[in-house]
Design a protein around this ligand. Structure first.
Ligand SMILES: NC(=O)c1ccc[n+]([C@@H]2O[C@H](COP(=O)([O-])OP(=O)(O)OC[C@H]3O[C@@H](n4cnc5c(N)ncnc54)[C@H](O)[C@@H]3O)[C@@H](O)[C@H]2O)c1
Length: 252
């Protein structure tokens, strides 16, 4: 049965499903009739278990995690239609204060984790000649401000992974795209914010966007579901900005 946005009955992997945007994507997919392997390093993801959701507690950047996620999709729901590479982390440090370990941690999760999952998902999708991969990128794929060098480097790399993989995948009937998200009210800054209140920091930063606010996670999930659905059938290698106008603003 096809749902209103044509993801009904499809089988998806969503990484970073326990919180924020990933959780909203998982909930929207389920609401519209899809089945989800919900992967997260945080065991809180287990609370999402249902007839439509199989949780997987795993570090996306660890060897074997992607194979496990794809294996679960095939074992429990007999195939894989969609991959959403959503899990990501940030660090706020000046380059001169950043350790090699800081840098590598961000790149390993945000880029290598996505690469490993895309590679395994492609292997399952190619024989069926269909599928869609959506990467959760950022306005930081193109723009920046001080203290987010590792994050912007990782999101720039994710945008380029999106484009190159899209070129390799489309000949197999698989579409690859990304969302360039603006500020969203999630837990991503909780460790980085001096007072631990990352949501307040994101709300304040979001006020600088032309729209005057940060997004709710569901507003990004809607764009992800569109790109994942057959309604986006002509979209290949796009990074679609959903950022309240942040990326088109010059000056105040
Ligand atoms: N919130 C924003 O303002 C914003 C803006 C642009 C892009 N994004 C991107 O959106 C994505 C989701 O972030 P969010 O804002 O919902 O943050 P969040 O912290 O609320 O959720 C991220 C989830 O990813 C999980 N995760 C982190 N490292 C992992 C790993 N190694 N393996 C498995 N799971 C892991 C976390 O446990 C968490 O549940 C990220 O890629 C982020 O870069 C967020």
């Amino acid at each position: 049965m096809q749902g209103i946005d044509e993801v009904g009955g499809k089988v998806a992997i969503v990484t970073g499903a326990a919180s924020g945007i990933g959780r909203a994507i998982t909930e929207l997919l389920v609401e519209r009739g899809a089945y989800v392997i919900a992967e997260d390093i945080d065991p809180a993801v287990e609370a999402l278990a249902s007839p439509h959701v199989v949780p997987l507690v795993a570090d996306i950047s660890a060897d074997g995690s992607a194979e496990k996620a794809v294996g679960l999709a095939v074992e429990r729901f007999s195939r894989l239609d969609l991959l959403v590479n959503n899990a990501g982390i940030i660090i706020n440090k000046l380059v001169v204060d950043m350790s090699r370990n800081d840098w590598e941690r961000i790149m390993t999760v945000n880029v290598t984790g996505a690469f490993l999952h895309a590679r395994e998902a492609m292997k399952a999708m190619i024989p069926r000649r269909s599928g869609a991969i959506v990467n959760v990128a950022s306005y930081a794929s193109y723009f920046s401000f001080p203290t987010i060098a590792a994050y912007t480097a990782s999101k720039g790399a994710l945008a380029q992974l999106t484009r190159t993989l899209a070129l390799e995948a489309i000949e197999h009937g698989i579409r690859v795209n990304a969302v360039g998200s603006g500020d969203v009210l999630t837990n991503i800054l909780n460790d980085a914010a001096p007072d631990g209140n990352g949501v307040a920091a994101l709300a304040a930063h979001g006020e600088g966007a032309p729209i005057g606010r940060a997004a709710n996670p569901k507003e990004i999930a809607e764009v992800v579901l569109f790109l994942a659905s057959d309604r986006a059938s002509f979209m290949v290698g796009s990074v679609v900005m959903a950022d309240g106008g942040m990326s088109v603003k010059v000056g105040s």
